[in-house]
Design a protein around this ligand. Structure first.
Ligand code: ZN
Length: 130
């Protein structure tokens, strides 16, 4: 299980915009790296460091668990679709399409500020979602 967690965790990456003055770099981290107490993210441009408190790490850890649950259900979700009503009828959207084609945006409070995190997960196999 640990190995699965770290394997998927490496593929589940989040990024957020650096909040330093005048810096517009995106800082990318993998969810697998966040678990340790002393984890820090470093801006590749201005080298600002970001320490995540235990509350935020806990949210991101649960996000990783969610990603793993979704990954484990890929074959089920691949056969499942959501009906969306549109003018003149309904369209069926495969769940898998929703999961992979929409960038997930999470807004979390960091200190007193709200920060947007983008979450991207690569499908386990390119054939999973056609
Ligand atoms: Zn920066």
């Amino acid at each position: 299980m640990e190995q699965v967690v770290s394997e998927i965790g490496k593929k589940a990456r989040i990024d957020f915009g650096c909040v330093s003055d005048g810096c517009d770099a995106a800082i990318e981290i993998s969810l697998a790296d966040i678990g340790s107490d002393d984890f820090q993210a470093v801006c590749p441009k201005c080298h600002q460091t970001y320490a995540f408190d235990s509350v935020l790490r806990d949210k991101l850890r649960r996000m990783l668990e969610l990603v793993i649950a979704l990954r484990n259900a890929e074959d089920i979700l691949g056969d499942t679709s959501v009906s969306v009503n549109v003018a003149g009828g309904s369209v069926k959207l495969p769940y898998a399409l929703l999961l992979t084609r929409l960038n997930t945006l999470i807004t979390l409070e960091v200190g007193d500020e709200k920060m947007d995190f983008h979450l991207r997960v690569e499908p386990a196999s390119p054939d999973t979602f056609r």
